[in-house]
Ligand binder design. Structure first.
Ligand SMILES: *Cc1c(COP(=O)(O)O)cnc(C)c1O
Length: 389
């Protein structure tokens, strides 16, 4: 997921110079928020207070109200939010944490970073999210947590996962990096597990001007531990009760994120409208046999951080779209169990076949809020063109 507009532009520059649209248009978003952001940044600069402080406190309060959680603890990135969550549960050597192999590296690398073993469970082919059945099979006496990822902005099957977690008395850690504002049966994601972990990387639905993260929880003692862990384990200055890390949110990021948070609902609504429009256009251009649109189920509110279709001859279609100056991205081209960094786990091709097939068939189309109907028509017309060849 860590691909912003700059790198997509760079990638495509080699082949085709003028794209019909960017993959993600952060400049359009900035044009809309420029005055508010400049004022908020100036205020922080005037204060010369840069680390944590009142802007961060205010942003934490606002995230509490978005998620309905009692506590929110800001940190330096989404990756750190996962690391801090695992540290807060004192998960380490000899422990196992179940997660999906079809996700961004940080979901599983955070588990490995605290010394525990990432245990993968395969995904549901329609939602791309971790399968509850596969979780159940992966549980062992060493399982210390289950980490579902709400991939692309769609919540995982939380009621089934909650059942499994409570039957086996293991906490849930939600990787909600791509899904701020998403809901499952009316409940905000980030409020299901022991902790919800969010990212404010620029390409996320709520993205800062750099890195940022947040952990939500309803547990007072976990919240207390997280506040200590993010400042090197110090409750009082220069008194270290345990080993923590340096992971704080800057006041500048918090100030910018607070401005953007005021727009999040309308941006999410625009992403959802665009998703619906793609579905209609797929019908209109008769490409439904070629491409499969993402699932949207009635009990889930999808926030479309990505609009990811499935297609058999994915690489050919992607090349064809590139020639037509249509940007696309691959999330994710290789599942985590086949990454060299996880070779020590001893997995081989075929271990998680649904994830492996997904990695060969997924293709993400532009879905950002400012995308116009004309641009979407251009995308789908180009797909239809491929079908006709
Ligand atoms: C972006 C992302 C992260 C990591 O967030 P950063 O802020 O980039 O560190 C973790 N998990 C998933 C699923 C993500 O998409």
């Amino acid at each position: 997921m860590n691909t912003d507009t700059a790198s997509s532009r760079a990638e495509i520059k080699g082949g085709v110079d003028q794209l019909i649209m960017p993959f993600l248009d952060l400049r359009a978003q900035f044009a809309l928020t420029r005055n508010e952001i400049v004022a908020a940044v100036m205020e922080v600069l005037e204060s010369q207070h840069f680390i944590l402080g009142s802007e961060v406190d205010a942003f934490e309060r606002e995230i509490r109200s978005v998620t309905g959680c009692e506590y929110a603890i800001a940190c330096a990135s989404g990756s750190d939010s996962l690391l801090l969550a695992l540290l807060a549960l004192e998960i380490g050597r000899a422990d196992e944490v179940i997660t999906t192999p079809f996700t961004f590296i940080a979901s599983a690398s955070s588990i490995a970073r605290v010394g525990a073993k990432p245990v993968f469970a395969d995904i549901d082919p329609r939602t791309f999210n971790i399968s509850a059945k596969a979780i159940e099979k992966a549980i062992t006496p060493r399982t210390r947590a289950i980490m579902p990822v709400h991939l692309f902005g769609l919540s995982a099957e939380m009621s089934k996962i909650e059942e499994i977690a409570s039957a086996h008395k293991v906490p849930i850690l939600e990787d909600a990096a791509q899904a701020i504002g998403a809901r499952y049966e009316g409940r905000a994601i980030g409020s299901f597990g022991a902790m919800g972990c969010f990212s404010f990387f620029p390409s996320k639905n709520l993205g800062g001007a750099g890195d940022g993260g947040m952990i939500t929880t309803n547990d007072a003692s976990i919240a207390d531990r997280l506040r200590v862990l993010r400042v090197h384990g110090a409750r009082k200055k220069y008194e270290y009760e345990q080993l923590g890390i340096n992971s704080r949110l800057d006041a500048l990021q918090a100030a910018i994120l607070r401005v953007k948070l005021r727009h999040l609902e309308s941006w999410t609504a625009a992403r959802r409208t665009n998703a619906e429009r793609y579905r209609e256009l797929f019908k209109e251009f008769r490409v439904e046999a070629l491409v499969q649109a993402p699932e949207e189920r009635s009990r889930q509110k999808h926030v479309y951080n990505q609009f990811t279709i499935r297609v058999n001859n994915r690489n050919e279609l992607r090349e064809h779209l590139k020639q037509r100056r249509i940007p696309t991205e691959l999330y994710y081209p290789k599942p985590l169990h086949l990454q060299p960094a996880f070779a020590y786990l001893g997995h081989k091709p075929g271990d998680f076949p649904v994830s492996e097939t997904a990695s060969q068939e997924v293709l993400s189309l532009p879905i950002y809020p400012e995308l116009t109907e004309g641009q979407q028509r251009a995308v789908v017309a180009a797909i239809a063109d491929f079908d006709a060849e």
